[in-house]
Design a protein around this ligand. Sequence first.
Ligand code: COA
Length: 558
Amino acid sequence: MRILLISHAFNSLTQRLYVELTAMGHELALEFDINDSVTVEAVELFRPDLILAPYLRRAIPEAVWRRYPCLVVHPGPAGDRGPSALDRAILRGEAAWGVTVLQAEAEMDAGPVWAAETFAMRPAAKSSLYRNEVTEAAVRAARTAIERLPDYLAGRWRPQRPLLQPLLPLLAQAERAIDWQHDDTATVLGKIRAADGFPGVSDELFGQPCQLYDAREFAAGGRPGELLGRAGQGLVRATVDGAVRIGHCKRRDGLAIKLPATQAFPEAAALPALAADDGAIRYWEVGAIGILEFDFYNGAMATADCQALLAAYRAAQARPTRVIVLAGGADFFSNGLDLNRIEAAASPADESMRNIEAMDDLCHAIIETGSHLTVAALRGNAGAGGAFLALAADRVWARDGVILNPHYKNMGNLYGSEYWTYLLPRRVGADQAQAIMRRRLPMGAAEARALGFVDAQFGGTGVEFIDRVLQEAAGLAAAPDFAARLALKCARRAADEAARPLADYRAEELGHMRRNFYGFDPSYHVARHHFVHKTPHSWTPRHLAAHRELGWRVPETA
Ligand code: COA
């Protein structure tokens, strides 16, 4: 089938559907929902069998839904209606929630249902539920809906109209507001989680209006609403029955991008330090396996994060274990350099350079590890440098639903580093390496496995995945030929080093990066600016809009 995705952005759910439906043999194209006439034009060019809207902020034009089956993914159970579905479910403390694929009609979220799935809720941020439970349910529901299309067209199956709930409006900030004098910790956490990563909860810190994100319970207490101190880069604020740590804020004045709270508010330096770090890096052992988790917000790794992770990695290396598992975070393995903190730096070019050097130092330490076998375990998605960080490990294992974006070009034609010029061809061959770097599109775990970008993929939830990783890693550690494997790895590394030193790869990559950061072509700085400020799209890039490719024609049989 030809399936046109119409979406506000190529977000994680849209990418996942793009990958899954392509793998099922469908012909996919995407058009950003920019305005009605652009959507109508895209439909006329592509003449899809089906239109699927995974993430919309506006209604589909009538001229489109009257002529084509248009299915909308709604993050709520059948009958639920309105734009803040998941936010409201979190605030209400629902124990179970759902995803519905429904047909677009004049009235919002009122069309007949093609497929619906349910899932158990978790006490987690909206963005985390969206990237995990909602995405998995949406993929299942979209598959079911698409399988029903032939029967629908032949008149053998009709979607049913659910019992409709009232249409609830966009959740206003007034309804999200925290009442610091009365709200307990659970309520504050619920409110911030229901608004994370977008739009955040409007509040005030140091007398300045701002949005709050990334909250955790913190063991402290004080006068309700009082700022008690700093914990890593977060701020600790008292509730009526305890305290929360607020990790990220967006000020409304100045740069107005999401930053670690203490960076958004330098005044915080005067507060006492209640905890030395953010708790993003955790290390534990199971038998001969050391597990190093690094759960940085949004998978973004700033200079200091890379340095802290390198120190933790060195400590893990010093342990009498055999295998080190790099477990990334629950939602993201890594998304590479922290573009927000780079944007906020006095010199974004200098900070980009420092950040990539710190990232390369980390990759270097992993590649050069002679004492352990290393495994990168991707529970969540990885993009740009974060995807190549995984390749520094000896083995790369990914959860089934993981989406990889192993390329840098989308960020203003960045050349990239992380020793990718060494790591990628070594894994997939020179031709495939070039193809991967050029193609700009997301890749599913199955395709990554087929290409050799990852070595294995397992199914299940993040927790089930880590359990399986531990089993497999235990097998590696206990293998009778462990010593021989380690020796082979070291011999191979020594031979590679003799053929071309790692320092050479790094110098060449960083030569290109220096041009990206300091050269006359500002593409990277422009792309980063648009990325961190979330500038709305004004056109759909050609690599996504297949129907806009020169020479694209609707096949004769259509
Ligand atoms: N630095 C800072 N923030 C980042 C980031 C990075 N490297 N990568 C992702 N984020 C943020 C996004 O801004 C977004 O923020 P929000 O919480 O305010 O919405 C959040 O993480 C989720 O990102 P999103 O783009 O919605 O995730 P996705 O899964 O849909 O897409 C990528 C994943 C990797 C394609 C996309 O995030 C991306 O292109 N990131 C930039 C990667 C990069 O170029 N890194 C620098 C070079 S190494």
